[in-house]
Design a protein. Sequence first.
Length: 510
Amino acid sequence: MTATLTHYWRILKWGRTLARHGALIELERNPRTPPRLRRVVRLARFGARVPATPRYAEAFAALGPAAIKLGQTLATRPDLVGEDVAQDLLSLQDALPPLPWDVVCPAIESGLGQPIERLFQSIEETPVGAASIAQVHRAITTDGRRVAVKVLRPGVETQFFDAIDTYEWAAARMETMGGELKRLRPRLVIETMKRWTARELDLRREAASASELAQGMEAEPDFVIPAIDWQRTTSKILTTEWIDGIKLSNRPALIAAGHDLHAMATRLVRAFLRQAIAEGFFHADMHQGNLFALSDGRIAAIDFGIMGRIDRRARVWLAEILYGLITGDYKRVAEIHFEAGYVPAHHNVAEFATALRAVGEPMRGLAVKDMSVGMMLDSLFNITRDFDMETQPHLLLLQKTMVMVEGVATALDPDINLWETAAPFVRGWIRDELGPEAMVADRIITDLRTLARLPDLIRNIEARYPAPGGAPPSPPLPEIAVVRVGGGWRYALVGIAGGLVGAASALLLG
């Protein structure tokens, strides 16, 4: 258990760094910030040179690996930190100075349990990328395949969990301040980040995620997942097929290579919808640095440390909500929110539908470049406050990924209309999953499963009520009245019991 003084020291130290980058200005100015938290913020910035324009991403990057992950998590919560802050934090893409080869080489050999030369013909000492969790080196295997070798940074687990310990401590105290902070559930933010990080720190989990996603995306051949080299993968080392392509962030290079950017943006949106709605398992870190255009026009993704999962019921709700917004059926969208429990039952469905209409109607039919995304999000967050909607943890990653995908698609094609692009896929999925044929199929499957359980049900009944054995039934016994006498219990035979005893005595004596 970390001492309270240690938590306070870490927070003040981090606060000073944030203050020097102007990252605490909005928190101090926000009228919803509790007075106690505002006093802590003022103490942290006391004597610091605060820039006129806050630099949020730089501030979190300066705090190190754990803070980078926290910043990426906060980017999913514009309702908590504000739209401007969230947009700035989306630029956090883990870029850190690489570790030297004399540190990385022993880590690779230790992680794989044997010398490098037994597994690789060659491996480049200079990494092609370095992030907060790991760094990646290009290599050639002993059988001549080109691969990417991802190496976990030595000691990174201790750094992360020390910081997360203090984040949890601080979040718990923030929630006790009540008001807006309690509704926004900061403890949930930290718990979400903790789960994400725990998964990223085990590279076998990342390999399994990539393998599962590849299987789920077989219906989208234009979206490529690199193959896993399981013989060269452990909890600290991940080896995958090497991807040769142009990063989607390099628009001039994409144009020079002759790629159709509108088709590529459409392909990306469709791939995301396939993952999130059809499969319920999606790549939750789809920023431009993790997406590549291959020479044949397909899109390849890398870095599967952060993945999202949504169960079928939530996916049905999500698809209906998206389709309702696309078609302007705000009443149905409102009903789904109440059915899902996202809006407390004491509110009025019609009033919520009207509030949604006020947000959705100005956005329909517009290209992304003509939308005021900040105004739309601000309006949505006001709705969540007005209707007492709490944060839905299973939708946090989805929200973050939707913002990322929108940003990448818009960078490729500023004239893309995301509503129109998404509509055919969502409409088809709803028809397949909720149409008459699907309802009949679901009913048949449910009934067959019920019939299959009948033999077990009968066996359980027989076990509870077994057939009588070979002994004859017991004769009826007299009832016993329980009489409480003083501090203890006494039992007496009532009525005929006394007469029977007397008669028996007379027969024995006479």
